[in-house]
Structures are given as C-alpha cells and as structure tokens.
Design a protein around this ligand. Structure first.
Ligand code: NAD
Length: 372
C-alpha cells in the first residue's frame, strides 16, 4: 500500500508529516512510502535519509500517482486534491471551518479525509493525538518567547551586582499547552501563577509548582473542554484577573473553546495596568486571540507592554514537532491496514470521529451543518 508525503506549501510551515525514522518503520511493516523531493528539508531531514530507509523520492507530478494514502501536516490545496483517485485516504490537519470549499472538494473527489484534529480524545487515541503533541511544542516555545521578549530575567539571581528577583509569570488556560508553558517557565526559574476555568486544571498546575488563582467559576464543558462563560462569569473573571495581571512580568495565554473564537481574557484596560517592559504571549492568536490587542502574526507594543501573537509555533521546533506528529500518524496507520491490505474499519470510534468526508459525503456533522 502506497503512502505519499508532499512537501508542505503553506507559508511558514516547516514540519513534515513523516520522519525518516517513522518512514523506515512503516516500510518494514510492508507499506511503500514516496515523498516529494525536499519534503523534510525544513525539518532538517534530507532526501538521502529517507532513501536510506527505503523510501522513494519523486517530483510533485509523480507523487500522487497510485497513492492510496496521503499524509500531510497542513491541508492539501484543491489543485492536489483533484489528482487523487476516488477512495484515497488523506490524513492531516484539515481546519474544515476555515475552508468549507476544500471540504466540499474532498467530498466531490470521493476522498476519505481524516482530520487529525478531530481524533477523539479518548485513552486509546492518545498516541494519535496531534492536538496534544503539537500543543506540547507550542506551550514550550511560548514560554521561551516570553523569556526572550521580557526585559527582565526569569530566574532569581544572587550576584555581586545585586540580587534579582524571579519573574512573575502567569499562564491563563492550563490545557496541554498551558501545562508545558508552566513547566518551561518554572525550569527557567520564574514564579508562576496559573488560571483556568476547569477545576481539574488546578491540581495539574499545582503539581508543576505553579500557584493557582482560584475564582468561583467552574466551566467544565463537554469532553473535558471548557464551555463559554456567561456574561456574569466574564465580569467576575475580568475583575479578579485585572488585579493579578497588573503584577505580572509576563503573561502566557492559551485559552480555547472548541468550535468558537478564543475567549478574550485580557482587555485593553488590563494591558494599561501592566508595567512597561512586561510581555504577553498570546497562543490563541490564530483563533482570534485571548488579548483584545493581539495582532495575529505580529508583535505590537502598547505603553511599553509587548503583545506577541505568534502563528504556527510548532514549526519553530520543526524537528521534534515533526517527530511527534509522525509518531501520531504512525499509530493511526495501524488502524488503516490489516494483513498488508488497506482495510480501515470506518465504524471504529477513532476513525469515525476523525472522518470528514467519505464516499462522496461530508461525514462530520458539525461541518455538514456549516456547509449546509
Ligand atoms: P484547549 O486547547 O481546548 O484549551 C486550553 C485551555 O483553555 C483549557 O484548559 C480550557 O479549560 C481553558 N479555557 C477555556 N476558556 C477559558 C477561560 N475563559 N478562562 C481560562 N481558561 C479557559 O485545551 P486542551 O489543551 O486541548 O485540553 C482540553 C482538555 O482535554 C483537558 O482537560 C485535557 O486534559 C484533555 N485532554 C485529554 C486527552 C486524552 O484523554 N486523550 C488528551 C489531551 C487533552
């Protein structure tokens, strides 16, 4: 069974769907793997390294011929989709709400599209969870950016030139990315405060050495995610956080609500209360931002407060982000094959959950409702 891996074309995308190591494993297990020349270049994996494990390196024109499975990081462009045979399985990030036309094109082409971000977050699927693996990278990089952009040291220092107090860092949104940001800021020696609307997050933050800001709000939604706050809750949150944020040297925000724009946690008046030289790193920049003044993809300075709105942070660590992403795909590949034949059980909870289009239909109900 042939897997094709293209070179990613999205601007700023440095990851590759398969690493040489995972490619070698797949080939040993009987898959054929073909990659576009230069597919791994931005993650420092050479064509040679893939050839050495038995993969074929081809041009983009050759790539999709005879491919039964395509692994990507970012969604394929429509120009590529039309080259795929009906029944081809395409697995990668899909962002269906951002591009309904592409979803329609995949349905029309009778492709079986597996949106990796829709893999259900059940225990059995943990090893295929790209949201978690990539959020781990993003949270780590966010803490490094906060330290780099900060005008102050993160650690406490006792030197002949005086004693430096450790930085005060707040992490808002303590999911996978937030926990990694806490851990990283702690390793750099900062004092860390954590805030989340889910009670379960508090214990995890505490175990990493953060202090927890507790508010009388509990907004556990479905499936371990947060729900949107009511107006009353937003007011309580705003008042309590405004005071805390004003004392911080750095704030890292990661709050997300599935299927919605990210909630605003830091308003303009809160930024005004922060001291010059402080920094905000807004990991939710891609989905609108947790800070009112975030500009996605940019760093802006407001009264001396730097507001960083980074995009695609996992690409900043392309080697390890690709390694983790490729392992997620490798684990998923086990659900696609039986006795050397392509034989996905589409009723399996994991595949059914991730399946966006199949046999000419849009199979993911929320996307179908969106497209109408
Ligand atoms: P996410 O990216 O959806 O959101 C990040 C965090 O923002 C969450 O912790 C959320 O509670 C928080 N948030 C939302 N609105 C907020 C607000 N107004 N104020 C403050 N914080 C707010 O989250 P995630 O990292 O994808 O994790 C979501 C859940 O899924 C967690 O409970 C996590 O433990 C769980 N999870 C389970 C599995 C699994 O079992 N396979 C894998 C990964 C994550």
């Amino acid at each position: 069974v042939q897997i094709a891996v293209p070179k990613e074309t999205a601007p700023g995308e440095r990851r590759v769907a398969l690493t040489p190591e995972v490619t070698g494993r797949l080939i040993k297990e009987g898959w054929g793997v073909r990659l576009e020349a230069g597919a791994g270049a931005e993650a420092y994996y050479s064509d040679e390294a893939y050839r050495n494990v038995g993969a074929e390196i081809v041009s983009r024109e050759e790539l999709f011929k005879g491919a039964q499975v395509v692994f990507t990081v970012q969604p394929l462009e429509r120009l590529d989709l039309v080259q795929l045979e009906p029944g081809t399985i395409v697995a990668g990030l899909m962002y269906p709400h951002r591009s309904p036309a592409r979803v329609q094109a995949m349905a029309t082409g009778k492709l079986s599209a597996l949106a990796m971000e829709l893999v259900p977050r059940i225990t059995r699927a943990q090893s295929m969870d790209v949201l978690s693996s990539q959020a781990t990278v993003a949270g780590y990089v966010a803490a490094l950016i906060a330290a780099r952009e900060s005008s102050r040291f993160f650690p406490m220092l006792t030197t002949a030139a005086g004693t430096i107090r450790p930085a005060k860092v707040m992490v808002m949104g303590v999911g996978v990315a937030g926990l990694q940001a806490i851990a990283t800021a702690r390793r750099l020696g900062a004092n860390v405060w954590a805030y989340d609307v889910r009670k379960a997050a508090a214990e995890q933050a505490l175990s990493l050495g953060a202090k927890v800001i507790e508010l009388p709000i509990s907004a556990e939604g479905e499936g371990g995610y947060a729900r949107e706050l009511t107006e009353e809750e937003k007011k309580i949150q705003h008042e309590a956080l405004a005071k805390e944020v004003g004392n911080m040297d750095a704030v890292i925000t990661t709050a997300q609500i599935p299927g919605r724009n990210a909630p605003i946690l830091i308003t303009k008046d809160m930024v005004e209360r922060m001291h010059p030289g402080a920094v905000i790193v807004d990991l939710a920049a891609e989905s609108g931002g947790n800070c009112e003044q975030t500009q996605p993809g940019k760093t802006v300075e407001v009264n001396g407060v730097k507001i960083v709105g980074p995009l695609n942070l996992p690409s900043a660590l392309s080697v390890h982000a690709s390694e983790m992403y490729a392992k997620n795909l490798y684990n998923l590949s086990k659900l696609l094959i039986k006795d050397g034949q392509l034989a996905p059980d589409w009723s399996d909870e994991i595949l059914a959950g991730a399946l966006l289009t199949h046999q000419g239909e849009i199979t993911h109900a929320p996307t179908k409702a969106l497209i109408g």
